[in-house]
Design a protein around this ligand. Sequence first.
Ligand code: FAD
Length: 512
Amino acid sequence: MEKQKFVVIGAGPVGALAALYAAGRGFDVEVYELRGDLRDPQVVPLNFTRSINLAMSERGINALKHANIPGLVDSIMTETIPMHGRMIHGVDNGSFTEESQNYDIHGRFISAVDRAGLNKRLLDELDKLPNVKMFFNYKLTGADFRAKRAWFEERSKPLTDHAQNPSEIQDAPPRATEIEVAFDFMLGCDGAHSAVRYHLMKYTRMDYTQSYIDTLWCEFHIDPTPSTAGTSEGDFKISPNHLHIWPGREFMFIAIPSSDKSFTSTLFLPAHHFAHLDANPSELVPFFNRYFPGVAGRLISESDLQKQYTENPHLPLITIKCSPHHYASSAVILGDAAHAMVPFYGQGMNAGLEDVRVLFSFLDAAAPTPEGRTSALAAYSTQRTPDASAICDLALRNYQEMRADVASPIYKFRKWVEEKLSVAVPRLGWATQYSRISFGNQRYSEVERLAQRQGGVLLWSMTGFVGLLATGAVYGAWAWWRWNRAAATSRGLLKGGIGLTAIGERIGRVFL
Ligand code: FAD
């Protein structure tokens, strides 16, 4: 086959890694990015007010390793901060409380990584490769996947402004000249509002769903402690080795550490609460004091809290699923373009980077012909669409765990049982769902299946156990009743039965 030209759309983390994989295999690679070069200090990363930190875990790291670039992973990991567990914040008798919950009984951890730092590092690697050309401020506007031609607007004025909503950028009025580009294979890594996906739909019978949850997010910033005399910089205000959560049952506030000793925090709140606080700004601090104790005044000054709430955008959370992810031999979508998910499992970027590793494992195994690539892409779509769908669902479900279950004794009991079993009887192969997702590379759909099976076994064991207890209790009460012959006892039994049913219901919710 003639030397092939791979065109990558989007130079986010997924696009940059995909370009590195393609270039490493000797293809001619061109990367087209709508925005300016992230390494230019004028350019603000898409969707965030500043560079933010994300949780990176095994799948993302494994995909970076498979790029086979000496020193790449080490240089990225030295800039990360290990997060060994969640720190659950609350209040008890007027005092602030913190409860550390380790992620993993084997001591494994996830890492807080600066998203822009990671992205820039990948772009720097691309710069070194002679077979890669990068085009910033180029917006994909059209594509013909049969003729293998694409059209771009070359934007005369770079988009350096902060976008309230990424779809607004796609719709921004043209300030540009159009160019036509020929390609052999297009990799669409252009995020949740993907233009590649939009054009792909015209060529393949793509099933597509998108749904919003009734929660918006707003970013906050927790500064380091002020520097004291003799020290050049301050310190972390709270433990740097945890992902901090203030669970609020229907909503939550979280904080992730940054290497400059600050924290990026996020408020997740139903839209009607945002509307209420927007209309009643004086209620913001009391709201925080009530639900997120110790944040207002202690971690973020009250005036800063108010300012950040007002100035930072309140953004939606979307889930996007589609199938297939490819067309013939000429196009595939990866990352958020193929599967945008809510951020509650910390897997969006990890899953996108994993897409790249999985895709190239299929391409590497295929014949180096267009027909070979067609089969490889079909096989990739068949494997990856159920996995993408599974992690989208798991991420949605994990919101319940983060904002409410982390404080529930039943959740903690299940975690304890699963972890103890994983150590005591390793051949059973038990593990928590979290550790399978974050510390392994098992397919997401397989993890979902195993977690459901484990939950089922636990539920039945617990039901058996509770059943035995209940039988014993009923028998004891019956004997007592016979002995006393008191009618009041039957009312007690009735109440006990209702209580057991309620407990059973709660257990079922956590296990299944
Ligand atoms: P993007 O990062 O969206 O990059 C797409 C690129 O394509 C952009 O640079 C864009 O400018 C460009 N582009 C768009 N349209 C065009 C066009 N027409 N032509 C050319 N270029 C175009 N993930 C985790 O793994 N861990 C976390 O802890 C985590 N936390 C998160 C917290 C929040 C609040 C949010 C919102 C997300 C979080 N994520 C997390 C998800 C993560 O940010 C995304 O999954 C990840 O950035 C997706 O990368 P991507 O490269 O696929 O897309």
